[in-house]
Design a binder for this molecule. Structure first.
Ligand code: ATP
Ligand code: MG
Length: 305
């Protein structure tokens, strides 16, 4: 039995075909990444799995239970942290978590609530009103809210959006702990280094289509076959580059330049010549293999609809 199984899933919003024939299985105990540009359909897919959004055709099940016909069971098995911050301004943090526990018939849940508050560094905010919390704190409360009933499958839609670096690290540690303790984790994120650090298997959606589904290693290998990263340090900042080079820029900051080259069509020597012709005095050069960002860019830019 899989944690999540999706077959033949289609979803339209009026004229937008938000999900096209999606077939996707997440196994129990996996740490799964769902990636894609804005509007790719990630949240739509997650909301369907959570039983919150209707769909046109297909089958979606959580731990073998159909999300439409067995909605009550699937709701208990899954905990979803939505992308949009939504909260009731009249309750404090502990009240929100108690109310959520009550939905699942859990009336003596304070020991677990305390544990969640501590793990999410919210203990001191337990009595604070929701409206008095910062955005990052509200997001942490929403994570706790999704976990009050200790769901086996945990789905997090951009849990680290708008969260500062330190808190992001502690959230990673917390999500890793949930995974170690046996939870299946599905994560969407726009921070590709986050997906690369955490996820074992990754799906990439683009314009509602599943364009890649593989282990992280296999995806990285795919990129290494095509892409090479060249990191260059120059004596002086380079300013605006000629158009032919500009297209290959991955990052440019002061006298540091990082280019993304296609192994089959771009010659490193030709690029260095072009830089020299532009007046650059190169003081250091490093070549590296592709990372997940390279693979993501390659896949999502070459498969335009
Ligand atoms: N309630 C809605 N009504 C109409 N169209 C919608 C609705 N929700 C999403 N869409 C459309 O469906 C498509 C997929 O949106 P979705 O929110 O699933 O993307 P996403 O991958 O989560 O994007 P992001 O990275 O920005 O969160 C987009 O074209 C979006 O405009
Ligand atoms: Mg989204």
């Amino acid at each position: 039995m899989s944690a999540i199984s999706i077959s033949g899933l289609n979803k339209h919003y009026a004229r937008v075909h938000a999900l096209h024939d999606i077939d996707l299985t997440v196994e129990r105990g996996e740490f799964f990444g769902l990636l894609g540009p804005n509007g790719a359909g990630k949240s739509t897919l997650i909301n369907i799995v959570a039983g919150l959004t209707r769909f046109d055709t297909g089958h979606v099940a959580v731990l073998g239970h159909d999300v439409v016909t067995a909605y009550r069971q699937t709701r208990r098995l899954i905990g979803v942290v939505p992308q949009e911050l939504a909260y009731d301004p009249f309750f404090n943090v502990r009240e929100v978590l108690r109310i959520q526990s009550g939905y699942f018939g859990l009336h003596k849940n304070d020991a677990w609530i305390d544990e969640l508050l501590a793990a999410l560094m919210l203990t001191e905010k337990a009595g604070a009103n929701m409206r008095a919390l910062s955005g990052g704190m509200k997001r942490r409360v929403m994570i706790a809210q999704a976990l009050v009933h200790r769901p086996e499958v945990v789905v997090l839609d951009e849990p680290t959006a708008g969260v500062d670096v330190e808190l992001r690290k502690s959230l990673w540690a917390f999500i890793r702990r949930l995974h170690r303790e046996g939870h299946t984790i599905v994560l969407t994120t726009h921070y590709l280094e986050e997906a690369e650090a955490l996820c074992d298997r990754i799906a990439i959606l683009n314009h509602g289509k599943l364009i890649a589904l593989d282990t992280k290693q296999a995806l990285l290998m795919r990129g290494i076959g095509h892409t090479r990263r060249v990191c260059i340090t120059t004596e002086q900042p380079l300013g605006r580059l000629p158009e032919t080079l500009e297209k290959k820029v991955r990052r440019q900051e002061g006298n540091q330049l990082e280019l993304r080259l296609d192994k089959s069509t771009d010659s490193v020597m030709a690029v260095l010549d072009a830089l020299r012709a532009h007046g650059a005095v190169i003081t250091d050069l490093n070549m590296e293999g592709a990372d997940l960002e390279d693979v993501f860019v390659e896949l999502t830019q070459t498969q335009k609809v």
